[in-house]
Design a protein around this ligand. Structure first.
Ligand code: HEC
Ligand code: HEC
Ligand code: HEC
Ligand code: HEC
Length: 212
């Protein structure tokens, strides 16, 4: 009996160390995934597509359709935006519509659940859609955000992936120096861009418990 208790005593610290390492890895992963969820909603909630948002936000939808971002898939086609491509020293006759080097910024949710995979399979996710700026709707649409409960709290929707208001970091995922069409001296003026190019803004009926 004394032998057994001795060996048990000598093994235990190793298990403590292993448990500590496992726990450390787990909490690192947990913190990381929560951070991702709050920053981009990446991989946690699926995308639902702009047609879904249109059901309740028709005015924003109609304005958005007229923006350059809504049509940003078009410029990947050969013979489109010829002048811009020449300036960037890119062959204007090349078809970039299946090029993985372009798709992450010219489509929505590229490679993610419900997001763009190819123009044949997911044409509704081409271009920069609502969810590129407001986060994937799979978690918040018709759960927190619904017609039955239009007074929902912003923080509850944000917990389910809503980005509101969209921050500069959201734009910077695409508006950065990795775009072949901008120089290293690229300047992105957030306020000016928001006013120039998203959709018109209509007053909401409710405050959703935010400071206004
Ligand atoms: C890192 C994100 C990113 C990548 C990768 C990217 N783009 Fe873009 N692209 C943008 C952004 C953002 C703009 C708009 C820049 C601005 O106005 O500030 C843009 C602009 C353009 C324009 C100019 C449109 C016009 O009307 O002047 C063309 C054409 C274009 N991109 C094609 C491509 C092609 C082809 C590829 C792949 C070889 C590509 N882009 C890769 C983000 C990206
Ligand atoms: C998924 C990538 C992506 C995100 C996110 C994104 N953009 Fe864009 N944006 C683009 C691309 C690509 C273009 C170029 C479209 C074209 O010219 O065909 C563009 C173009 C624009 C334009 C038109 C440029 C002009 O000169 O008129 C404005 C304005 C703009 N973006 C503002 C924003 C703002 C503000 C945000 C954040 C709230 C944002 N964008 C988020 C990819 C993105
Ligand atoms: C390029 C980024 C971008 C895209 C794409 C975008 N939005 Fe927005 N949206 C914003 C910004 C920025 C605000 C204003 C936030 C604030 O008040 O500061 C906003 C505000 C809103 C609001 C609040 C009311 C209002 O009109 O301001 C609603 C609702 C909304 N967006 C829905 C949509 C829908 C639906 C789509 C797609 C059809 C869409 N958005 C596409 C950036 C975007
Ligand atoms: C079933 C209806 C419904 C659908 C579908 C829907 N919404 Fe909403 N949304 C609402 C209602 C209701 C409000 C609150 C309106 C008000 O206060 O006037 C709202 C508010 C918002 C706001 C402002 C949030 C805030 O905290 O102030 C944004 C942004 C928004 N929606 C984006 C979207 C996007 C993006 C989609 C698609 C992915 C979408 N909505 C789909 C019903 C919907």
């Amino acid at each position: 009996m004394p032998e057994e208790s001795e060996s048990r005593f000598s093994i235990a610290p190793r298990y403590w160390i292993i448990s500590a390492v496992v726990f450390g890895l787990f909490s690192a992963w947990f913190t990381y995934s929560i951070r991702l969820k709050h920053q981009h909603g990446v991989g946690v909630f699926g995308y639902v597509g702009a047609e879904k948002c249109k059901q309740c936000h028709e005015k924003q939808f109609k304005d958005w359709q007229e923006t350059r971002m809504a049509r940003s898939f078009e410029v990947l086609k050969p013979g489109v935006a010829v002048e811009a491509k020449r300036i960037a020293k890119i062959d204007p006759n090349t078809d970039f519509t299946h090029d993985a080097a372009c798709l992450p910024c010219h489509t929505t949710g590229y490679g993610l659940v419900g997001g763009f995979s190819s123009i044949e399979q997911t044409p509704h996710m081409a271009g920069v859609t609502c969810e590129a700026c407001h986060g994937p709707g799979g978690g918040y649409v018709e759960t927190v955000m619904s017609r039955d409960k239009p007074t929902f709290l912003a923080k509850d929707a944000v917990e389910k992936g809503l980005q509101y208001p969209p921050t500069e970091a959201v734009c910077r995922v695409c508006h950065n120096e990795n775009s072949p069409f901008v120089g290293m001296d690229y300047v992105f003026d957030f306020k000016e861009r928001v006013s120039r190019g998203t959709h018109h803004h209509y007053p909401l009926q409710y405050t959703h418990d935010k400071q206004r």
